[in-house]
Design a protein around this ligand. Sequence first.
Ligand code: HEC
Ligand code: HEC
Ligand code: HEC
Ligand code: HEC
Ligand code: HEC
Ligand code: HEC
Ligand code: HEC
Ligand code: HEC
Ligand code: HEC
Ligand code: HEC
Length: 315
Amino acid sequence: MLPHQPVPGHAWRLLAILVLAWLFTATPVAAQAAAPNATSVGEAVCLRCHAAEDRHFGHTTHARAFRHNPRSERERQVCEACHGPGSAHAANPTERGTIIGFTRAWGTPVQTQNAQCMDCHQGRQRLYWPGSAHASNQLACSDCHNTMARLSASGLLRNAGISETCYGCHAQQRAEFRKRSHMPLPEGKLSCESCHNPHGSPTRPLLKTNSINELCTSCHAEKRGPFLWEHAPVRESCLNCHESHGSNQAQLLVAPRPFLCQQCHTNRTHQNRLLSAANQPGGPDPSERLMARSCQTCHMQVHGSNHPAGGRFLR
Ligand code: HEC
Ligand code: HEC
Ligand code: HEC
Ligand code: HEC
Ligand code: HEC
Ligand code: HEC
Ligand code: HEC
Ligand code: HEC
Ligand code: HEC
Ligand code: HEC
């Protein structure tokens, strides 16, 4: 007997599961994916009823590519290259299951929608789309892209810019970029896409590079090292001391100085020498050497030093 051959009791359960699975998946798919027997009718037929949509669509990358420079039979179909064959829909336009729609209200399953786009856009930037945070949360390509109009300078996005598109769902990040110190994204010097690949990445959370430090030093090359004298937490991760989006401390720091440094270095360091606990801000004998730049009044090279005598990052 095969190890997993079902006994009759199992067989009934299996049948029940199959029926349930069919009820949950098969019915909506059959009703909502493009009609199986539909055939292509050509864009002239679509335009008879959808001239208004075409006015904006005409300015898009797809309209230009498909109409003037089609590379395949599918691209030549223009509207139906994305929406699928439309004969059944043209005959009965209000029946929802007859054509693939990309608006949430139309009800075509997200998987069916995305598969249409991925037929042409598989791989490259989207190599890690399957299983990514966005794909597994049921995002559709059209949650970020509107291919029916040219609303953004590039990328056929839903909104005029990348950040605006992302803020639609990521309100917390909008707040972070409003903090006193922030990466110059609101100023237009970079975008979410400078650091993230919204289509997926092997590095959490959707980072473009293999590590945090590789990301930060791709722009801040002078912090990459190698240094003669390395500061261990810098080597490990810039995020030991910096926020990635914004902070109410200067220079995107996670905590004010000297507390930042004291998270790892206790006061014992300078006791009976240069500074003591009494010299801390708020202590009985506050030292001006711990105000403002604080520990960095002396330890200037916190990211690492190349000076032969820079072991304490004093120069
Ligand atoms: C006879 C007129 C007619 C023709 C021809 C026609 N459509 Fe439509 N289409 C409509 C109407 C009316 C609706 C709106 C139906 C509704 O809201 O219930 C619609 C809805 C749609 C939708 C769904 C929009 C949404 O809400 O997401 C898509 C997509 C679409 N049409 C594409 C096409 C394409 C592609 C063609 C050519 C293959 C085409 N239509 C041909 C009349 C037509
Ligand atoms: C590159 C793929 C693509 C092509 C080509 C395309 N569409 Fe669309 N269509 C979409 C997407 C994506 C949406 C959803 C837009 C949104 O979010 O509002 C859409 C939406 C629509 C709608 C619903 C109304 C709207 O604007 O949201 C209609 C109707 C429609 N398309 C008809 C057409 C017709 C007619 C053509 C050919 C002239 C065409 N589409 C070509 C992808 C495409
Ligand atoms: C039949 C093939 C095909 C389908 C289906 C298709 N595209 Fe495209 N797409 C293209 C071509 C061709 C270009 C032009 C650029 C290029 O050569 O890659 C393009 C370009 C784009 C661009 C870049 C536009 C720009 O101006 O920078 C985006 C974004 C895009 N497609 C999204 C989508 C989305 C979203 C869908 C599904 C709703 C979709 N595409 C469906 C073929 C296709
Ligand atoms: C979470 C938002 C988001 C989702 C979801 C999304 N994209 Fe994008 N996509 C972007 C952004 C942002 C850009 C960059 C636009 C720019 O450079 O102006 C982009 C660029 C593109 C481009 C042009 C550049 C390139 O990578 O070749 C294509 C094509 C594209 N997306 C296709 C898709 C397809 C297909 C899907 C669905 C499987 C999808 N996108 C889902 C945000 C998204
Ligand atoms: C339609 C809503 C929507 C839009 C638009 C959107 N996201 Fe997301 N994003 C989500 C959801 C849902 C998650 C997963 C749940 C969570 O972590 O909040 C997510 C997660 C993320 C994560 C964390 C991934 C992880 O592994 O933890 C990043 C980074 C991200 N999104 C970046 C972006 C960027 C960049 C854009 C714009 C190009 C964008 N998102 C647009 C819905 C959206
Ligand atoms: C300078 C690079 C950079 C830019 C620009 C950037 N991010 Fe991030 N983002 C990061 C890093 C690094 C992390 C990881 C933070 C961590 O692990 O603590 C992150 C984390 C996230 C997360 C996961 C939740 C969290 O806070 O840990 C989301 C969601 C996100 N970013 C969305 C966005 C959006 C939306 C934008 C644009 C408005 C954006 N990011 C711009 C670098 C960046
Ligand atoms: C795409 C390029 C880019 C990436 C990636 C990047 N930065 Fe920046 N960063 C900038 C620019 C541009 C500025 C503004 C510099 C200026 O105005 O002189 C800046 C400024 C800063 C500042 C100073 C902020 C202030 O208040 O003066 C800090 C700290 C910083 N980045 C840390 C990081 C960290 C940590 C990472 C990795 C999570 C990172 N950066 C990734 C481009 C980048
Ligand atoms: C041990 C804590 C610590 C770590 C880890 C750290 N930094 Fe800093 N960083 C600081 C402090 C403190 C300042 C403020 C410096 C000042 O005021 O002179 C700063 C300032 C900066 C600045 C803005 C001023 C300047 O010097 O250009 C940038 C950019 C920066 N850090 C990038 C990085 C990058 C990239 C990494 C990761 C490779 C990193 N930092 C890791 C503590 C740290
Ligand atoms: C996340 C923990 C962490 C933070 C935050 C941190 N350091 Fe360090 N620091 C270390 C570690 C680990 C070493 C190396 C261990 C050692 O040699 O004692 C080190 C080494 C040093 C040294 C050299 C010590 C020696 O014995 O050679 C100095 C000086 C120093 N740090 C100063 C600072 C200053 C100033 C700050 C604040 C701007 C700071 N550190 C923030 C973890 C940290
Ligand atoms: C007035 C200048 C000055 C200030 C301010 C200062 N340090 Fe130092 N620090 C030094 C000098 C000089 C040494 C080297 C002493 C030696 O080599 O024996 C040193 C040594 C260190 C060491 C190495 C371990 C040791 O005991 O030799 C650490 C860690 C350190 N300081 C952390 C800090 C932290 C954290 C702060 C802020 C709370 C701080 N320092 C503020 C001058 C200063």
